[in-house]
Write a protein that binds this ligand. Structure first.
Ligand SMILES: Cc1ncc(COP(=O)(O)O)c(C=O)c1O
Length: 445
């Protein structure tokens, strides 16, 4: 019998864990190394979502392991008003990578970084309305959750006063079209801001955006969109906050996704990838905005602000990204993965679209026929088949869209591992189309 069927484990899990969303994978994960996690039978499972889109350097990268053990011995945590070298060094390194965003605040999670960014934008502008995309995800805490529209809005009472949304541009399912059927994002954006202007009470503080909406189904902002969005913000005296939780630190083939567009946001938030799987996040902004916030008494005092341990990890992540040339690698491997997935799209009608940038790609599963209607059931079957065959690949299911696989392996993945993943995807689609899951060899309960 599989060790994943450990009855005591699953009984204790169901008796003592609060379920926080979705179902658990049918395996007990004992360890992880490189591009794989290993279950209780020591079966390798290729991790195509880098943990929760975070393990940029794969699992247990030796330089992260040695940094953590060295730093935890030296100093891990401090009184929040004390500074240490890793914190100042990381802030300096980040400033060098994002000219114009000279000042950083180091925190723990993505939601927390967006919380701080929104708080700063409100204080600096003296306004309170926050606009976001209809398919956004910025985190599970107050202001971040108020700006999150892809899931989880119902049942928790009022969102922050002044929470507004505009549609996220979707090139595969355009709402506004040119004569040739392609997305007319400019008309869509103009239309959306007309609505923002009519709803606003005259207190627009900021727009918070992901350059590629990941939980929203891997929707990439088209070339030119970000510049137009920044223009819209500045016409209204709003700040542009970019949330690069997933796209930051090389994943899309540039250090930050905004660099492709040549548009620097007023505030940038980083999380997930900057700690490569450990809890580190950052808020970056210009000296001018930081001075204005400070003059107004900006307060974001938390237990783990400026902790030396995660800051040392962040420095090690940047070192590895540089030494192993991982930004270039994301471009090169991303092109290989995109080509491989595009070949699968030619082979399988159920693949409606392959999109994304660098090593951050989306594959949308649809029904056959002209309408390309969403096929959530098939998507779920393919995901289950893939997991059974040793590939972990997250699928997002949103109303009005097909199931979208989010494919974001570690930037350290080898070409052979990428090809293995592609061949498992093909086998899993075949099995999913045949309609049988073949019965999982491991069970959750
Ligand atoms: C773009 C984006 N921002 C923020 C968050 C929230 O980060 P955390 O879960 O670390 O709070 C996420 C998490 O998925 C995300 O994808």
């Amino acid at each position: 019998m599989s060790k994943n069927q450990d009855r005591d484990f699953w009984t204790a899990a169901s008796n003592h864990l609060i379920r926080y969303g979705g179902s658990f994978e049918p395996a007990i994960i004992e360890r992880a190394a490189g591009s794989f996690v290993y279950d209780a039978d020591d079966r390798p499972i290729l991790d195509f979502t880098s943990g929760q889109m975070s393990a940029l350097l794969g699992h247990a990268h030796p330089r992260i392991v040695s940094t953590v053990s060295r730093q935890v011995e030296k100093v891990a945590h401090l009184f929040s008003g004390m500074l240490s070298r890793p914190v100042v060094e990381l802030a300096e390194r980040l400033a060098g990578l994002a000219p114009g965003l000279d000042r950083s605040l180091l925190l723990s999670t993505g939601a927390e970084s967006n919380e701080a960014a929104i708080r700063m934008a409100k204080l600096v502008t003296g306004k309170h309305e926050i606009v976001a995309f209809s398919k956004s995800w910025h985190g599970m805490t107050g202001a971040a959750a108020s700006a999150t529209y892809s899931a989880g809005r119902k049942g928790y009472g009022p969102a922050s006063v002044g929470s507004l949304a505009i549609p996220a541009p979707n090139s595969f399912r355009p709402r506004f079209k040119h004569a040739d059927g392609t997305l007319d994002w400019r008309t869509e954006l103009d239309d959306a801001f007309n609505l923002v202007d009519s709803q606003s009470t005259g207190s627009l503080a900021a727009f918070v955006a992901e350059p590629i909406l990941s939980s929203g189904g891997m929707l990439e902002l088209p070339q030119g969109y970000l510049a137009a969005l920044k223009q819209k913000c500045h016409e209204r005296g709003m700040l542009l906050i970019l949330d690069e939780a997933q796209t930051g630190i090389g994943r899309t083939g540039t250090m930050f996704a905004f660099q492709r567009d040549g548009v620097t946001p007023d505030i940038l938030t980083l999380s997930k990838t900057i700690g490569a799987g450990l809890p580190l996040s950052a808020v970056m902004t210009s000296a001018e905005i930081e001075e204005a916030a400070h003059a107004k008494g900006f307060l974001f005092y938390t237990t783990h602000v400026s902790d030396p341990l995660p800051a040392a990890v962040g420095l090690a992540v940047l070192d590895v990204v540089e030494d192993e040339k991982l930004v270039e690698r994301a471009q090169h491997l991303g092109a290989r993965l995109f080509d491989g997935l595009s070949l699968l799209k030619q082979r399988y009608e159920c693949i409606g679209d392959v999109r994304g940038r660098g090593l951050m790609l989306g594959v949308e599963i649809v029904k056959s026929g002209k309408n390309r209607d969403p096929d959530h059931e098939l998507g779920a079957r393919i995901a289950a088949e893939a997991f059974r065959r040793g590939l972990s690949m997250n699928i997002v299911k949103l109303p009005g869209m097909g199931g979208v696989f989010r494919i974001a392996p570690p930037l350290t993945i080898s070409e052979a591992e990428l090809d293995l993943g592609l061949s498992i995807i093909a086998d899993s689609i075949d099995a999913g189309l045949a309609g049988s899951t073949g019965g999982s060899s491991i069970a959750a309960e």
